[in-house]
Design a protein around this ligand. Sequence first.
Ligand code: BJ8
Length: 382
Amino acid sequence: MELIKELPEIFDSFSEQRKKSFVEAYELKQKGIPFVGGFCTYLPKELAYAMGACMVGLCSKTGETIPDAEKDLPRNLCPLIKSSYGFAKTDKCPFFYFSDLIVGETTCDGKKKMYEMLGEFKNVHVMELPNSQSKMGIELFKGEIVRLKEELERQFGTTITEEDIRRAIKVYNEQRVALKEFYGLQKMDPPPMGGMDMHKVLDGVQFRFDIPAATEDIKALTQKIKDEYDPEKYKGRKRILITGSPIGCSTEKVVKAIEDNGGVVVCYENCGGARSVDELVDENDPDVYNALSKRYINIPCSCMSPNPGRLELMDRLIDEYKVDAVVEVVLQACHTFNVESYKIKNFVTEKKNVPYLFLETDYSSTDAGQVNTRIGAFIEML
Ligand code: BJ8
């Protein structure tokens, strides 16, 4: 990263990373580097890194291919699933094309069934993710991590040693620490950056293939933001935490509405934010597979039942980020987050005494006006 650039340019360069990485991916493929595509935060990225492969996120974030997907899938399905399937079917996303293997996990029902269909025209391996964070769940997922390792070894004719995995754990832990320090800057009051800028970095970094270099860039950016802190920029704004489903391209619609109406997003609890970064893998566990399983199973996604970790995380984030209000954004037909919103609302309003707004949306911009009106009225009343 060129630090002579101004901060807005640096934020933009992160958001342009996805496009830039198409060329990088092509070049890496030419050199014979394998690509593993994934959809979910539960995928232990360390395994792909340990065998020298690149990981790409296939979770699609735009609505462009939804009409193609709806020819095969029901219309009343989460836009993230439809969009991801649509990109795979039409081969419009180069990452699907580059992926030698796609790894899915049994998270929500819609995704599980979509992987079956995807398996008919792509090379798909599905990890069985237990829906419980019990001891048995950790054991089961540990077995699935070993099974994935063996599958990678078989498909790519390689050997993944425990030492390789330990090295990968270290590399990703360092990145998690750097990311936590980066978004942790928003604990400052007033915060140093806007929610969209924070999102550009959190999203863009997922499309960097050189993980240590990306980590160094995040550290440098964090330092630059500290050095150039302007307490006047976001002074007096209401501090908002966003939770719920991963919202893909709806982030812009929601964050813009918040920040156009006197708020500022200080924290993302959802995937892509604290939910996927917060916990490190235990580097001292003598059993690397156990360490990975414990860390990944602990991710507080609503597909876990029960899911106490989400309340614990929210509890901590609301205090640390001095949150004035919580906005929960749930994608249409995302049943697990939709049902869990009842508990989240009660926890936020009754236990934390913090105002809460629930929004259900999709990837289209048709409800942008309505979203803006509801958020505007909500912030005004804070
Ligand atoms: S760890 S949040 S990335 S499952 S696809 S659940 S929006 S109905 S994406 Fe997710 Fe992994 Fe959990 Fe994170 Fe709902 Fe749509 Fe299902 Fe979704």
